[in-house]
Design a protein around this ligand. Structure first.
Ligand code: NDP
Ligand code: 2IT
Length: 447
């Protein structure tokens, strides 16, 4: 045992004791700690500064009541969160998730991941996350607006242009951001840069809607290229049918690949001809309908209940774009036989620890979430820049910057893995590259 391994084991033990009832947070930290020893062997000064102790406790975690009135006049109560995790390299930045499963553990895992993801983008943004156990599903627009207004009445006390800048995540898209921004403006004025993912007519950036999905494909293509492969002609399985999945599908098809599936929490559609992204957008973005409607609209598509990761398909690349822990060890163990040689994560922490171990054991190229899905937050930071310049960049300018950011962050992860003796391990490389910048900023600023 070295001083570094002792220290990391102690941090893990402390956390297990402190937050025993936060499984998703424990999982995210454990995935991270499992790769970070080489950095502490090289930089014992980080031990003295207890960088990991500071990084595993949010700088601030806010929990609040969100009262709102439904269309029948009943007063409903939801729980709201904003976790401001680390501000060493810039204002807290990260999405808001509205989903019934949201709790402090989930928001903390997302906020923890966001620290290193944001660092990897090369842009000056710290890590945070928030949300609520509210869902827009089945609610009227008026109910969603009243909920968002009430959420912002509290949230506005905690955010600011140089303090904390939220955006969307699961269940929070352009509609919710519009209502949130409208309330912020009434309370505090038209500070456009206070939220990202805004509508194009009030400070939003072109290509932000596409950014996470497109970025995932730019990352995947860079990972394939590094291994003398190419995406053209490949068969891809995508999970999810939301913002990330839709634009991952669009970019994969533009790159000449065939996307066989998209999914939601009930089931998946499979189309041997490739998913028709125009129909998908109409069903999900315009009609806000379920995927069963996609299957009705496209004769060659079949709808199946259950997880797409249990489907018996032959394909090359897996792009999970739905939610955390959607792929377990048993499902991952079938990848090799299915022909899968690469996986890149559009969702946050979609692979459980057994699945990650299985990719490694089977030599499957693995692009971890905090690198592969960093395109969304990267373009959010570009949106903040456009808002402060009071200018709007063209789609091609933003898309070009996004591509460059994704290629650079992949190259930096490769270089970090090599430098720290774990060449080819993109999970370790991403964790290390993201971490070192934050740790340097923290130690330079004292405590
Ligand atoms: P959306 O709300 O647009 O879509 C979410 C999709 O995932 C829906 O198809 C939804 O199905 C499915 N889904 C959600 N929860 C579950 C669940 N518990 N089980 C099965 N399926 C589920 O969200 P996004 O596309 O924005 O987000 C998807 C993932 O990408 C998340 O992990 C998010 O954190 C991550 N991400 C998002 C970014 C962004 O910019 N939006 C940036 C980086 C990462 P259903 O309709 O049935 O609920
Ligand atoms: O997980 C993520 O990176 C996001 N949901 C995007 C955050 C952002 O601030 O754009």
């Amino acid at each position: 045992m070295t001083q570094a391994t002792d220290y990391i084991a102690q941090v893990a033990a402390d956390l297990a004791k402190r937050d025993p009832n936060q499984p998703e947070f424990q999982e995210a930290v454990s995935n991270f700690l499992g790769t970070i020893t080489p950095v502490f062997e090289k930089h014992p000064e980080y031990i003295k500064a207890n960088v990991l102790g500071r990084l595993t406790e949010p700088e601030r975690a806010i929990s609040f009541q969100v009262p709102w009135q439904d269309d029948e006049g009943n007063l409903r109560i939801n729980r709201g969160f904003r976790v401001q995790f680390n501000s060493a390299i810039g204002p807290y930045k990260g999405g808001l998730r509205f989903h019934p499963s949201v709790n402090l553990s989930i928001i903390k895992f997302l906020g923890f991941e966001q620290i290193f993801k944001n660092s990897l983008t090369g842009l000056p943004i710290g890590g945070g996350k928030g949300g609520s156990d509210f869902t827009s599903k089945g609610k009227s627009d008026a109910e969603i607006m009243r909920f968002c207004q009430s959420f912002m009445i509290e949230l506005q006390r905690h955010i600011g242009l140089d303090i904390d800048v939220p955006a969307g995540d699961i269940g929070v898209g352009g509609r919710e951001i519009g209502y949130l921004y409208g309330m912020y403006k009434r309370l505090r004025g038209a500070e456009r840069g206070i939220l990202t993912g805004k509508g194009l007519s009030f400070g939003g950036s072109l290509a932000r809607t596409e950014a996470t999905g497109y970025g995932l494909l730019y990352y995947t293509q860079a990972m394939l290229k590094e291994n003398d492969k190419d995406i053209t002609g490949k068969r891809i399985v995508i999970s999810g049918a939301g913002n990330v999945a839709i634009y991952a599908t669009e970019k994969a098809e533009q790159m000449g690949a065939k996307v066989l599936t998209v999914s939601d929490s009930n089931g998946y559609v499979y189309d041997e001809n490739g998913i028709d992204v125009a129909v998908l957008k109409d069903v999900k973005e315009v009609r806000r309908a379920r995927l069963t409607e996609y299957a009705k609209a496209v004769p060659s598509a079949q709808y199946h209940e259950g997880s797409v990761w249990d489907a018996d398909l032959k394909y090359d690349i897996a792009l999970p774009c739905a939610t955390q822990n959607e792929i377990n060890g048993d499902q991952a163990a079938k990848f090799k036989a299915a022909g899968v040689f690469a996986i890149a994560e559009g969702a946050n922490m979609p692979s459980n620890p057994e699945a990650i171990a299985s990719y490694k054991a089977n030599g499957i190229l693995y692009g971890p979430a905090k690198a592969a899905n960093a395109g969304g937050v990267a373009v959010s930071a570009l949106e903040m820049g456009q808002d402060s310049r009071r200018m709007a960049d063209s789609f091609d300018t933003v898309d070009g910057q996004l591509k460059e950011i994704m290629e650079n962050l992949f190259a930096n992860s490769v270089a970090a893995a090599k430098e720290y003796g774990v060449a080819g391990d993109y999970l370790a490389g991403s964790n290390i590259a993201g971490f070192v910048k934050v740790a340097d900023a923290m130690t330079a600023q004292g405590w």
